[in-house]
Every structure is written in C-alpha cells, then in structure tokens.
Write a protein that binds this ligand. Sequence first.
Ligand code: ZN
Length: 325
Amino acid sequence: VTGSTGRDRLDIGIDIGGTKIRAVALDGGGAVVGSVRAPTTTGAAALVAAAESTVREVVVEAGGTVRDIGVVGAGIAGLVDAGAGTVTHAVNLGLGEEPFALGPRLGDRLGLPVHVENDVNAAALGAAQVLSASSVLPPDLAYVSIGTGLAAGLVLDGRLRRGSRGVAGEIGHIPIDPNGPRCECGRRGCLEVLASGSAIARRWPVDGQRSPVAELLAAAARGHEGAVAIRDEVMGHLADAIVMLALAVDPKIFVLGGGVAEVGEPLLLAVRSGLRQRASASPMLRSLDLSSRVTLIPPAPIGAIGAALAAHPEAGGEVELEAGA
Ligand SMILES: [Zn+2]
C-alpha cells in the first residue's frame, strides 16, 4: 500500500505509560522505521497534546507526512473499550473517573481514526510479532506484565484474546491469600498485591532511583536471609501465575515483561527456579516443562509496535498475525 506521496504506508503505534510516551512508525512490512520518546504529562488535554506531537514527530522521523499514515493505534493502561476508543481507570495519568475518549480526541487532532487498546494486550501483540519473526507457526504466547500492576496479555493461535468483557488475562486479581493485604479491586490477597513491582517495592524498600527487584535479587544472591525469604515467596507467586496461565490456556511460551523484567536474567532465573521447585513435587507439572517455556521480552518497543498492529482495520477487532510476518 502506498500513501499519497507515493511512498509506503506508515502505521503508527503509541504506548502511553505512566512516565513516558513511546511512538513507532512501521513500514508496510512491519519493520520499525521511526521511533520517538517523550515524557508523559498528566491531565487529559496535556496528554492528548503530547500524544499528538509524538505521532507527528515519528512520522517526520520516518521520512513521511501525516498523509502517509495508514493506521494509528494507542496502547494505554486501564479498562479499554476498543469500539468506543475510551479508557477508564487510567488512574496514574490523572484522567479522572469517567471514561476518557482518547481515541476520538486524538483522532480529531490528527484528522484520522485512532484505535485504543489496553497496554498489556498491545505489548502481547508486539512481543508475538517480534518473537515469531523467524517462525513458520502462528505465535502462541502469554505476555506477563510485572510492573505497578500485574496482568497478562494472550495471543493464542495468532489472535489476541481480549475476552467477552475485556478482562482476559487480568490474572493480577486472582485472589491467592484470603488473609493478604487489601487490593484496590476490593478483595484481599490478589496476586497483584503480592507479586507486582509495587508489592516488591513495599517489601524491599530502596532509596531513590534504584530498582527494588534488582536490589532484592542481589541481596538474596549474597545470602541475606530476609531477602532470600522475600525473593522465594514473590518469585513463587510469579511461578504460580505461570502455572495458572498454563492450566487455563496452555500457550506455547510465557514472556516476562513490564518494569520488573528490566532487571533481566536474574528475574528469569528466579522465576524458573520457582517453577522447577513446584515441578519437583508434581509429575504432572514436571511433564509440562514450564521452566524452559519462560522467556524475557525481546529488546524492542513491543508496546508501541503492538498498538500499531492492533489498529489494523482488517483485523476487525480480532487481530490475526501471520506466521513469519
Ligand atoms: Zn485485586
């Protein structure tokens, strides 16, 4: 497909996070041909303006103009109504309690329709695209985002599974400890209050800009008894999250992402160790070989890439990725 200036169509994806907005431009073959980062601003008007400028900047960086844009997709945390282009519960962005019409408002400023997708679903699609680039089989994975919250995105047999009410993969609110801390969903002991980045920061507080999970895992590796206990408990909960996903939908692989996964290999090793420990007590779990099916996110802006993929009109709300795309 070529745009009005005769060049390849550009698909734009933006990932609106709590601290930064990342935008990418994809060419007709799905390759990243432009990438821009900007700080997030809070409040509705400022956020829409910031999102608009990242879209305009990334198009220029890709050597095109707004007329070359094929689709625009935006990924954002919160409960998304993809049909209406609205998001609710995007609490850390200062958007208030009412559904916020991100798609229509950004679309008005750009003169183009804007598809809105839950950020974890978008990242799952982006991870599927990047990881399946060399495969002949359709991607089949659970993307587990461990950050401020805890949630999974599911790409099953090459299709994003949003669910009938849009909550497929919201495993952070599976209660696992009836006596655990209160969760913002109203229940107690949800996975999210026991094993998210916020939970780790609460249990292993650190100064300033250091990463709580990095400090926790380093202290545990040095043999600090308190750190070993907290690490084994938290990583055990994450291992249980993988087990639940395996037993519910049995994807081929499990991809760890989100802020906590930025620590990299030490997280992967700790989750694998939790899975092996669980398998040692269960021949059934052992046969699933879960520890070798867990991996880290690829080094790519998967949230923004996936937001662009989710916006394809031919997907009709259900996104199908081609093998080897
Ligand atoms: Zn909850």
